[in-house]
Design a protein around this ligand. Structure first.
Ligand code: IMP
Ligand code: MG
Length: 180
């Protein structure tokens, strides 16, 4: 059956909020340089839009972690599939994520990067589902709090589909977790 996707946050609203986040980050990091670490693949659309609008010098790197299989529920274990390419020793680092759900991925990556000698580590996420949190994790920068719905678009996928939608949509799942 065809997937049903309804708009949760339209493109203009996403873009406006990213502009606001970039302004706040530019202010908070005035006089500093920032290493943004994007979490592949979901955060890449958000990171690009954000980085373009931040006015302090930004360098970027990527990591990939996985806690999800092809399903919409976390397995609980986080694995690093791709490590940093560059050292973060002595740098102000911002981990850029698409969405914080249980919080396990960001908490795990934050702890991992803390062992790499960064001067500071901040968490920045486009979306946050606070109702789903299982570990104590609060993002320093958060675009939108959303209800407990499975979302796609703006980098986020369902089984690798829909990342390129320019807005945030909700995928409607039947009770077996399949799209309806
Ligand atoms: P956490 O470790 O449970 O916080 O999960 C974070 C990761 O799960 C995110 O980086 C996403 O890749 C994925 N994820 C969580 N919720 C959604 C969603 O609603 N849509 C798409 N991916 C999601
Ligand atoms: Mg992700």
């Amino acid at each position: 059956m065809a997937d049903t996707i309804t708009t949760l946050i339209p493109q203009e609203k996403v873009e406006k909020r990213i502009t606001e986040l970039a302004a706040q980050i530019s202010k908070d990091y005035a006089g500093k340089e920032l290493r943004m670490v994007g979490i592949l693949k979901g955060a890449c659309f958000f990171l690009c839009e954000l980085a373009k609008q931040v006015t302090v010098p930004v360098s970027i790197d990527f990591m990939q972690a996985s806690s999800y299989g092809g399903h919409t529920e976390s397995t609980g274990t986080v694995r690093i599939r791709k490590d940093l390419d560059e050292s973060i020793e002595g740098l102000d680092v911002m981990i850029v994520e698409d969405i914080v759900d249980s919080g396990r991925t960001l908490a795990f990556l934050g702890e991992f990067l803390k062992t790499k000698g960064a001067k500071s580590i901040a968490y920045c996420t486009l979306l946050d589902k606070p109702q789903r949190r299982v570990v104590d994790l609060k993002a320093d920068y958060s675009g939108f709090e959303i209800p407990d719905e499975f979302v796609v678009g703006y980098g986020m996928d369902y089984a690798e589909k829909y990342r390129n939608l320019p807005y945030i949509g909700v995928v409607h799942l039947d009770k077996d977790g399949r799209t309806s």
